[in-house]
Design a protein around this ligand. Sequence first.
Ligand SMILES: Nc1nc2c(ncn2[C@@H]2O[C@H](COP(=O)(O)OP(=O)(O)OP(=O)(O)O)[C@@H](O)[C@H]2O)c(=O)[nH]1
Length: 395
Amino acid sequence: MPHHDLSHPRLEIDRQRAEFADAAVEDRFNRHHLPERSAQLKVSLLFCAAFYVAFGATDVATLGPGPTAWAMIALRVLVALVAAGGCVAILRRPESVRVAVLAASAVEVVGMAVFMVLCWYQPAATAWNVMSQALILMAIYINIPNRFVYAAWIAAGSSVVFCAMLMTQGFLKMDDMVALVLLLILGNALGFIGARRFHLAQREEFRSAILLQQLADRDPLTGCYNRRVLQKGLLDAELARARRYGNALSVILCDIDHFKQINDTHGHAAGDHVLHEFGGLLLAMTRETVDSVVRYGGEEFLMVLPETDLEGARTLAERIRHAFGSTGSAVELGRFVTATASFGIASVPALDPDAPDTPSVLLEAADEQLYAAKRGGRNCVRGVSVTSDRAWSIA
Ligand SMILES: Nc1nc2c(ncn2[C@@H]2O[C@H](COP(=O)(O)OP(=O)(O)OP(=O)(O)O)[C@@H](O)[C@H]2O)c(=O)[nH]1
């Protein structure tokens, strides 16, 4: 669980598109909802297929059995086939948001195109067809899960084509035409408002869940993760990943030196400020979306650095040590406190067949190194390479 992911400004919702403004967040939202959305989509597609074919009975009733009616039924079967094809595609690629969107859009576009042809050949049933169009509009906006913008374009676009077609046919009187246009505008407006409200509400709920999770996972003073994240298996997961792909993995335990003295000399608030600055420095100097920084204890922090060997971790620790020791923290106007920190590193080398399989081995080794750094005079870095049954210090 790398740090910085999904910080507040990225959770902005683009209210016009009814989607998250950040494509990565929208993608995460879609992936989260995909199983439920695909299940709903499959039911909607089968529902469309069944109703399109069932309404073939009206073609035969209106046109009488004959080649035109059979051609109409063939077109209805085409819609059913597109819907069934969509279901098969979703079953074969259940992890793909794109396939779900394509399946929904395809059945909406083909369904609407076929509906226009059916209406063109059955001018006598225009009143019924207008009612059907209004119901299909609702299905597009509300029942068939799709991107809101796509649904809106398909519904509004097909309504315009439908009106243009009826005007070209010229079977409707002016008063019926006005009623028809108003009915379709009403259908689109109701569908648009309802669908937009639903899409926005779903995203607001998702945003609240993420913000709540951030509150639960982060330490409010420093913005770093709290120990709950470790308990949830952060290090176990990174270690398993390193072992699976043969990658290096390092952890750095670091601790502010003589922190008690800072509290005692400058007060608890000044101590808090130094902690805040130190946590911010660790977050700023590690890789966004790759590394994780955890407040491990009072003034002790743990950095988890995937794909980083001992040398890389040592370079980073030295850089942080230097940056922290050379800049003071402004604890109040004009008053600076300078502090140093000590660092203990434990690393699993790349392609190590003896890599430990439990995080406790890494954490104990890093703790020993931190202790060695404190004993060695503080403001320094100590590190070790760790395998399952042995550890040797090289730094
Ligand atoms: N201001 C502040 N102090 C804290 C916080 N959490 C822990 N502390 C204090 O941090 C101090 C840690 O002191 P020690 O464990 O003795 O370590 P140290 O003084 O840093 O000495 P060395 O680690 O050996 O260099 C304690 O006095 C804690 O009360 C906090 O959130 N804010």
